[in-house]
Design a protein around this ligand. Structure first.
Ligand code: HEM
Length: 466
């Protein structure tokens, strides 16, 4: 079913679209089906679709016609020309450069660092004592930052978490304010205006703080003498891979043999620092919440983890055996996809199931809605990890896209799944967590789908772990 809203209907919708986009797009889809065209002021168009076939057209088969939408522009203020925000030839060159870092064999080498980070966090929880309450949203954020630091930069970033979290919060908050401002649709470089949100960002020094972390990473690694071997920050990193992402970036040469310029390296590091931890943290936090609401699924998880690991530390080789653990995470990302929205902008006019897509239209293909499309998912609102067990019914390949699709799909998908399975298994070996009674976690649609008011959970150490 395809539907084009009238100008009046669209105007009525605008305030909700800005204030609470998740509700707005969910209601639009409920009322009008999985393809809706919304005329916006000044000739702008929003085309919203949650039909996997059409999502495939935009992200894969006709992807040459779709660039990243202008809604990503404010992110370039912080991420510059990093892999997530860059376009064209320069993006393709960067992707080729970084891709080998994410080959299966390389990713598996990060497993010991991942498990070590999780064990350190579990030791800290143990010291807090049974019955203590932790906010798993914050905890998972600190843990995944620690993992990215160890795995990609061979550096201990755990001490940074307490300062980085508020800095990141401020940056993302200002991003959302800009994108949802009415002027954003009309003024191409509105994101550069000295708006109160932007000035606040500067005043709080949030961007500056994040940059200083990145500069510190580079400074500690730069070869000061040709004989550089292991610098202090790398030598004590357990499970460190032969070369990490920072090595690869510093060693990269263009076709003329020139190294990447300093700014490019900074942008790339900032991108991986942000894209590489916030998403996985949210996936894990939502998963722990779902498990506390579904004790049967949690019991099966505990049984599987104990059976496969028999009390020892998890390794990359265990992941294929941890089928239920993986299925739980996949189902959690179906219901709460950390990257809840993917948007593109049409270069030339196109058509989606008979609906014209004028050049310049924003085409929104939100995983959040695709994953709940009732034509593709029976009982779409229900939590059922069986959907992802080997042998489960097949589905359209774009009915599930937590990591996106086409050329721009997540480079860190394999890393994220390995990390999430190992972290969840390590947590499950040591603790059961229950949501504090009466707390109602809310989803906040910032850049990622994050818990708005935290997820406080009570720690129950497992005494009968194998
Ligand atoms: C559960 C965790 C994660 C989720 C759900 C996720 C999701 C996504 C999605 C949907 C995209 C595509 C965005 C678009 O098409 O507009 C993307 C891109 C990207 N992700 Fe992830 N991601 C996750 C973890 C990671 C990790 C761990 C890393 C790095 C280690 C990472 C690095 C990136 C980068 C660099 C891009 C841009 C790729 C490009 O355009 O070439 N992500 N991610």
């Amino acid at each position: 079913m395809a539907r084009r809203l009238s100008g009046r209907e669209a105007l009525r919708l605008l305030p909700t679209l800005r204030a609470d986009p998740l509700t707005a797009i969910s209601e639009l889809t409920r009322a009008h089906g999985d393809l809706v065209r919304v005329p916006l002021p000044r000739g702008n168009q929003l085309v919203l679709t949650s039909r996997p076939e059409l999502v495939g057209h935009v992200l894969v088969s006709n992807q040459d016609n779709y660039r990243k939408a202008r809604t990503y522009r404010p992110l370039t203020e912080v991420l510059g020309n990093g892999l997530l925000t860059n376009e064209g030839e320069s993006w393709a060159h960067q992707r080729k450069l970084v891709q080998p870092m994410f080959a299966r064999r390389r990713i598996d080498a990060f497993a010991p660092a991942m498990v070590d980070a999780a064990s350190t966090a579990m030791d800290r929880w143990t010291a807090l004592g049974s019955g203590s309450v932790v906010d798993v949203a914050d905890e998972m954020s600190a843990l995944t930052l620690d993992v990215v630091g160890r795995a990609l930069f061979s550096t201990d970033l755990s001490g940074e978490a307490s300062q980085m979290a508020p800095a990141l919060e401020t940056v993302l908050e200002s991003f959302v304010k800009v994108v949802r401002h009415p002027l954003f649709l009309f003024v191409p470089d509105y994101h550069r205006w000295p708006t109160p949100a932007r000035l606040r960002l500067r005043a709080r020094g949030a961007e500056r703080h994040l940059r200083s972390v990145v500069d510190g990473l580079i400074a500690r690694r730069r070869p000061e003498t040709p004989g550089r071997a292991e610098t202090a920050d790398r030598a004590d990193s357990p499970g460190r891979a032969d070369n990490d992402l920072l090595d690869a970036l510093l060693a990269a040469r263009d076709d003329d043999g020139n190294p990447l310029d300093e700014q490019q390296i900074r942008d790339e590091l900032m991108t991986f620092l942000l894209a590489g931890h916030e998403t996985t943290a949210n996936a894990l936090a939502w998963t722990l919440l779902l498990l506390s609401r579904h004790p049967d699924a949690r019991d099966r998880l505990v049984a599987e983890v104990d059976d496969v690991l028999s009390g020892r530390a998890a390794t990359a080789a265990d992941v294929t055996k941890l089928e239920w653990t993986s299925a739980v995470l996949s189902e959690s990302m179906r219901l709460y996809p950390p990257a809840w929205m993917i948007e593109r902008e049409a270069r030339d006019a196109d058509e989606l199931d008979g609906i014209p897509v004028p050049a310049g239209s924003i085409v929104a293909t939100p995983p959040y809605l695709v994953h709940r499309n009732p034509d593709h998912w029976p009982n779409p609102e229900g939590f059922d990890p069986h959907r992802f067990l080997p042998g489960a019914a097949g589905r359209h390949r774009l009915a599930y896209l937590p990591f996106g699709g086409g050329r721009r799909q997540c480079i860190g998908g394999g890393f994220a799944m390995l990390e999430a399975v190992l972290l969840l298994a390590t947590i499950t070996q040591r603790f059961e967590l229950d949501l504090v009674p009466g707390h109602q976690p809310q989803a906040l649609t910032a850049v990622t789908l994050r818990p708005a008011n935290g997820i406080p959970m009570t720690l129950r150490p497992r005494t009968n772990a194998a």
